[in-house]
Write a protein of this length. Structure first.
Length: 207
């Protein structure tokens, strides 16, 4: 009989994997979805986060729906968007991009939106988008060494809050784990609400 409580994480992010493990979930499989993440014309940051997280989950659901090993799993996907106003910042791949992002974020408040999508074994789709406000200190001497570190590469907005850039944050209102990449409270509630026995996994205690 197929275990009804297996979970596929539709992401290759080590941060999201670590966050799931933090609350007692060891995914059955990691299946990242390779999608075009370009925002649509006039698409808001919130809508982009929701669309991309759902598109990733749906892509994996469709790809493995007929797979005997992976069908019947819960599928969890997430996507994080960093924005200044309605301006969506890129997932930086070039030093120049990262410098431009940090210049925008310096000394001001920005918003981080993380969309979470859960598809149940029966094909039901559930969504959440979590908004967090983050304020950076004014950056000056930090800029060049930070760019030289390379930590910004592939990160939305050019930074990872769990890394060096955590020292830039002077205020955060919302979910810290959402800024890292997966809002744990909302994710846990989605899973529990759809019958995933999360709390039973805690009974054995932390390993």
């Amino acid at each position: 009989m197929t275990d009804p409580y297996r979970l596929i994480l539709a992401s290759a992010s080590p941060r999201r994997l670590q966050l799931l493990q933090q609350i007692g979930i060891e995914p059955y499989a990691l299946k990242p979805a390779d999608l075009d993440e370009t925002p649509l014309k006039n698409e808001s940051p919130r809508k982009l986060a929701r669309r991309l997280s759902e598109s990733k989950a749906q892509a994996i659901y469709k790809a493995y729906k007929e797979d005997e090993t992976l069908s019947g799993c819960y599928i969890l996907a997430a996507d994080t968007v960093v924005a200044v106003g309605r301006r969506i910042l890129p997932k930086t791949e070039l030093a120049e991009e990262a410098s431009q992002c940090l210049a925008l974020l310096s000394g001001r408040t920005h918003k981080v939106y993380t969309g979470v999508c859960l598809i149940t074994p029966k094909g039901k789709t559930r969504n959440r988008v979590v908004e967090t406000r983050v304020r950076f200190k004014r950056l000056s001497e930090e800029m060049d060494p930070y760019i030289a570190s390379g930590e910004w590469r592939g990160k939305a907005g050019g930074y990872a809050i769990q890394g060096i850039a955590g020292s830039f944050v002077v205020n955060l209102v919302g979910s810290y784990t959402s800024v890292v990449g997966l809002p744990l409270n909302e994710t846990a509630n989605l899973l529990i609400g759809e019958g995933y026995p999360l709390r039973l996994k805690w009974l054995g205690g932390a390993q």
